[in-house]
Ligand binder design. Structure first.
Ligand code: ATP
Length: 235
């Protein structure tokens, strides 16, 4: 039996006066790919921001391994082993691939820096290329590579990695996610593209207007046509 490495328990999150997440609870078991799916604006990004302590919850708890995340800075959450690839990728377009990677690393971590190029040979070939001149898929790979630099994350959270990418490139990105998982990284995958996320996930949660409305093994959710249609717009 694998045990949960992440436990989000009864979390409420606000942006100023706006109440966004209501009593959100979810668990991620070590070694799994867990999908968090839901429509536009359901609160998926806010859930990741709450876990990273970027928008700290107003209620409830986030535990990662044996630590409570409350009161930690996002940097401290990262040092505990939780890494995050934001939706907009945030690569520096006027810096090379290598400079983008170097910025994500601390000086004492240069050895990890080379590990990353071993793991992402397509980026290794493009070390000198300006990130802004790369394709969307290559930029997504760079964003994922940056999240893997430094102390190896035990949990990698990806926010809509398929967004804006052609189907063939989405497959490449998903293969990378699968490989990282096979190499031992636990994954929390946020996606609007529910079918694609459920295809690689072990377990899934559905978020709707800030509330978890369904949880089950991913394969079971794929078979629940009513839920797929009503919450995820899949016909
Ligand atoms: P998307 O796929 O569109 O990013 P999402 O499920 O990730 O959707 P969130 O980005 O978490 O959803 O947004 C949830 C709600 O919070 C939305 O109604 C959004 O308008 C609101 N929201 C997000 N950021 C802020 C903010 N900084 N201030 C106020 N409201 C916000």
């Amino acid at each position: 039996m694998s045990r949960p490495i992440l436990k989000v328990d009864s979390v409420d999150t606000h942006y100023g006066p706006s109440h966004i997440l209501y009593d959100v609870s979810l668990e991620v078991n070590e070694g799994d790919v867990v999908a968090l799916v839901g429509r536009n604006g359901a609160g998926k990004t806010t859930t990741l921001r709450s876990i990273m302590s970027l928008t700290p919850p107003t209620n409830g708890t986030v535990r990662f391994r044996d630590s409570e995340m409350q009161g930690l800075t996002p940097h401290e959450v990262r040092r505990k082993g939780v890494s995050w690839v934001p939706e907009d990728r945030r690569v520096f377009p006027n810096l090379t691939v290598e400079e983008n990677i170097a910025l994500a690393a601390n000086v004492e971590e240069t050895k990890f820096h080379d590990d990353v190029f071993d793991r992402f040979p397509r980026l290794d070939e493009r070390r000198e290329q300006l990130a802004g001149t790369m394709s969307g898929g290559e930029q997504q790979m760079l964003a994922i590579a940056r999240a893997m630099v430094g102390p190896t994350p035990d949990l990698l959270m990806l926010d809509e990695p398929s967004e804006g990418l052609a189907p063939q490139i989405v497959d490449d990105v998903m293969d990378t996610v699968r490989e990282l998982n096979e190499d031992g990284t636990t994954i929390l995958l946020v996606e609007q593209n529910a079918e694609m996320a459920l295809d690689i996930a072990d377990y899934a949660y559905v978020l709707e207007t800030g509330r978890i409305v369904h949880e089950s093994p991913a394969a079971e959710l794929l078979a629940e046509r009513e839920i797929m249609e009503s919450y995820l717009g899949v016909h």
